[in-house]
Structure formats: structure tokens, C-alpha cells
Design a protein around this ligand. Structure first.
Ligand code: SAM
Ligand code: DTB
Ligand code: SF4
Length: 328
């Protein structure tokens, strides 16, 4: 469909998607939708390359927030063992190991509402050490002020992950301890500090299609699209309020990936949490629908992920290659 010049912003991409248009994409036949997404994908990326990032939880559990999906919230009885901030050497050892398996980006996550200023000194040392290994760096630490974001940038941070998680309408069902606007503010601070943005959400939390469309609309209508868009399928953890939520139809997940690809054609769409519950065929369908990044390694933050060996075998069967680093 042709779009008028008025609808394109400076980067040549659209930032004015309407909910009805997005729902119209979701309503297409799966075959037509995947074809459209794959066609867009090929205009911006090599369709046979997938970027891989490895996660490490640098501070685990005991989080004061009440995110209903999260095993790390201190408010729910889960089997998770809490851990304090990891020593620098352990972080560097894990990054080295990830690099040896072909990972190009190392993403460090902390179960914080927000870091304190003195935490920033310690994570800045981690960023510098991981960068010195030649890897791209990513952190997800909760809400950031603008000065904190600037300090992370100075330390060499390439990406910051901070998710919107769901639509503004469904959000109050999931989290009460911080607002949607708090999240948008953090994203602005990260962007203004010159750090690349990794921002996406979770599906399979009992939301409806309009909420999935609403999440993607929020992401696509940001002043700049996030460079990286993780689409997580809820990992249901016993003890969290969302344990037992109705499972999402796998094809609806594929549709969500395809619509994300169409709305944000130049972004990396990451097939994120929930891959251990997906068949190889479903993952292949997600790559066909435009996913071109995964989390790579035995663990996400606290839950299981397909191991590196399983992913290497899958990629080989599909003829997919790992990409080199994205960051300049
Ligand atoms: N505490 C920080 C924050 O919330 O921004 C950083 C870590 S937090 C665990 C990072 C993201 O992981 C969350 O925003 C959420 O999207 C995702 N996540 C957490 N638990 C999940 C689950 N059970 N299933 C899928 N995604 C999950
Ligand atoms: C994202 O969107 N997904 C990752 C990463 N960003 C930090 C985290 C998924 C966490 C899944 C539950 C866990 O392992 O604790
Ligand atoms: Fe805390 Fe982040 Fe989990 Fe929310 S998602 S409970 S902020 S660790």
C-alpha cells in the first residue's frame, strides 16, 4: 500500500500507525501476512542471518516490583534463590564463555526497580570489562534517570533493554508499582543519552489481540523505532500470578512477530523468552515471519532457554548463519 510523504518521518519509516490498520494486518490470512512480513524483511536484512545475544542475571530475585509474570518479584513465592550483585570476575567469565560459543552481545539483567547511583559504579565496571572482550554490551536494570543513562553510555554501553510489556490498557492488570509513563520516560532518557534501545513486550498474559496490536503500536510510534524488539512468550512460573494463564495459539504468536516486522522494518525482532516450549517448526515460521534475533545460551535470566548446541543444530538445519555485531 502506498503511503503519502506526510506519513513518513525523517528516517523514512512510519511512526503514525493507527490501531485499525494494525488490526487489519493481524486479520490477514496467515499466509498473506507472513508473505508481507518476509517481503519487508528482505528489503532491510539478509533473511538467512540471525543475531544472537546471551543473557546473564547479575542480581537475582527479591525485586520490590509486582510484575505479575516475573519469578524475580519478592512478592511471590517462587522457588528462585536470591543472589546479590555478582562479582566482576564472574560476569567476565560468563561473557568469555558466551563469546567462545559465537555470541556477539552480552546482556546483563538485574532484578531492580531502579539502580542506585552507587550500583552504577559497579555495573559501569562490568560494561567496560565485557566491551574489552570485543562484545556488544546490553543492560536491563529497571528505571533510569537521564544522568544514570549518561554514565552508562560513558562506560561504553551499546544497548539498554526496557520493555513496555503490553498495551497501555492492559498494563494495570499486570503491574501496579510503576506506570506506563515511567517506562516511556526511561526509554527517552536512554535514547537521549545516545544508547541504542531494546524494547518489546510479552504475549500470552491473557491479553487480547487489541492489546498485542496496542503494544506494537506504542513501539512503532515512538519517535525512533527501538533498534531491537524482543517479543517474549510468557514463561509461566509456579507461584507467579500469571501461572496457569490461558496458553496463546502458536499462530497468534507468529502473527505478532510478523506484524512487528512490518511495523518496524529496520529493527531486529527478537524471538525471546518461551522458546523451550516452541517446536523447531514454529521457530522456523517465526524466522520466516521476520524474527532475526534470539537469546542464545542455556538460560534466559532465571528460566531455561534452548542450549547453544540445540540452537546451532537448528540453525544448521535451516541454513541460518549468526550475524556479526550490529553496533558501530
Ligand atoms: N528489572 C528490570 C525491569 O523490569 O526492567 C530488568 C529485568 S526484567 C526481568 C526484563 C524483562 O524480562 C521484563 O520487562 C519482561 O518483559 C521479561 N520477563 C520477565 N519475566 C518473564 C516471563 N516469565 N516470561 C517472559 N518474559 C519475562
Ligand atoms: C527480554 O525482553 N527478555 C529477556 C531480556 N529482555 C532481559 C528476559 C526474559 C526473562 C524470562 C524469565 C526469566 O528467565 O527470569
Ligand atoms: Fe522486578 Fe523487572 Fe521482574 Fe518487574 S520484571 S519484578 S521490575 S525484575
Amino acid at each position: 500500500m502506498a503511503v503519502s510523504c506526510a506519513e513518513l518521518s525523517q528516517d523514512g519509516l512510519r511512526h503514525d500507525w493507527r490501531q485499525e490498520e494494525i488490526l487489519g494486518l493481524f486479520d490477514r490470512s496467515l499466509i498473506d501476512l507472513v508473505h508481507q512480513a518476509q517481503s519487508v524483511h528482505r528489503q532491510f536484512f539478509d533473511p538467512n542471518e540471525v543475531q544472537v545475544s546471551t543473557l546473564l542475571s547479575i542480581k537475582t530475585g527479591g525485586c520490590p516490583e509486582d510484575c505479575a509474570y516475573c519469578p524475580q518479584s519478592g512478592r511471590y513465592e517462587t522457588e528462585l534463590e536470591r543472589e546479590r550483585l555478582l562479582p566482576l570476575e564472574e560476569v567476565v567469565a560468563a561473557a568469555r564463555e558466551a563469546r567462545s560459543k559465537g555470541s556477539t552481545r552480552f546482556c546483563m539483567g538485574a532484578a531492580w526497580r531502579a539502580p542506585r547511583d552507587r550500583d552504577i559504579d559497579q555495573v559501569a565496571a562490568m560494561i567496560a570489562a565485557v566491551k574489552a572482550l570485543g562484545m556488544e554490551t546490553c543492560m536491563t536494570l529497571g528505571m533510569l534517570t537521564r544522568p544514570q543513562a549518561e554514565r552508562l553510555k560513558e562506560a561504553g554501553l551499546d544497548y539498554y533493554n526496557h520493555n513496555l510489556d503490553t498495551s497501555p490498557e492492559y498494563y494495570p492488570e499486570i503491574i501496579s508499582t510503576r506506570t506506563y509513563q515511567d517506562r516511556l520516560d526511561t526509554l527517552r532518557h536512554v535514547r537521549d543519552a545516545g544508547i541504542a534501545v531494546c524494547c518489546g513486550g510479552i504475549v500470552g498474559m491473557g491479553e487480547d489481540r487489541a492489546d498485542r496490536a496496542g503494544l506494537l503500536q506504542q513501539l512503532a510510534n515512538l519517535p525512533r523505532h527501538p533498534e531491537s524488539v524482543p517479543i517474549n512468550l510468557l514463561v509461566q512460573v509456579e507461584g507467579t500470578p500469571l501461572h496457569g494463564a490461558q496458553a496463546l495459539d502458536p499462530f497468534e504468536f507468529v502473527r505478532t512477530v510478523a506484524v512487528a516486522r512490518i511495523l518496524m522494518p529496520a529493527s531486529r525482532v527478537r524471538l525471546s523468552a518461551g522458546r523451550t516450549g516452541m517446536s523447531d517448526e514454529m521457530q522456523a515460521l517465526c524466522f520466516l515471519a521476520g524474527a532475526n534475533s534470539v537469546f542464545y545460551g542455556e538460560k534466559l535470566l532465571t528460566t531455561d532457554n534452548p542450549g547453544a548446541d540445540a540452537d546451532r543444530r537448528l540453525f544448521e538445519r535451516l541454513g541460518i548463519r549468526f550475524t556479526g555485531p550490529d553496533a558501530g
